[in-house]
Design a protein around this ligand. Sequence first.
Ligand SMILES: O=C(O)c1ccccc1NCC(=O)[C@H](O)[C@H](O)COP(=O)(O)O
Length: 263
Amino acid sequence: MNPDTDLAPAVESILEAARERTGGDEVVDVDARSLPDAIAQAEADDRVPVIAEVKPTSPTSDGTRDDDPVELAEAMVAGGATAISVLTEPSHFGGSPEALTRIREAVDVPVLRKDFVLREKQLDTVEADLLLLIVRFLETDALEELIGAARERGFQPLVEVHDRSELEAALEVGADIIGVNNRDLARLEVDLETFESVAPHAPDEVTLIAESGVSSPADVRRMREAGADALLVGSAIMDHGAADSDVTENTRRLVSAETEDET
Ligand SMILES: O=C(O)c1ccccc1NCC(=O)[C@H](O)[C@H](O)COP(=O)(O)O
């Protein structure tokens, strides 16, 4: 939607690589696990719905975790994660499509392919339950086509926005799962006020996800009070600076933010 000016160099480089990437050879059809159903189940169990992210490293993280991605995902589910997000980009996030495939085979919760998808052909790479589509990188027509093509193949599109005008663009083309990214892609800074300013403009029927920058139970409560149906959390769970940090416990701490008094 917006021009690619003013993007952080790491984001420009990921975008450039995504533009050159072709898709897979076979059309992928998926029998998706429903994110709204998984969120409803978490609420029924008194768990805050947390989409925990397998993110071995990132342009803003203070280290790299070399753990097996399947073990990380299983540890997150053991901690009560509602869904798993998998960064599949190799150069800046240390991910891979193969890791996503292995994770989806190992866990029974919905799995999000966290990637820059720009063209329909790129849908045919890997089976996932949810696909990320970022409004900033797509003209409205292309976004609409990709949402339609993703749904035809069974994927649930998670449409990512960063401000109110992007939210309106997402709603205009029928997005029903919307992530508000608190990280701006120009300076890579996170500000939880982003979600707070955008969320009041989303209709109730949309599944609304607060993405990035959630690092404590207090942040979880803040985002929930602002209207988040679910939270997407990477860094606080991966805890890159501490290689032996307990991913299950880090997930559990956020998942239980509404039932335990921790700050
Ligand atoms: O995380 C980064 O450093 C990053 C840099 C450039 C583009 C995207 C980036 N992150 C992708 C994400 O959307 C986050 O991994 C995800 O929302 C979780 O964020 P956090 O909980 O803050 O790790």
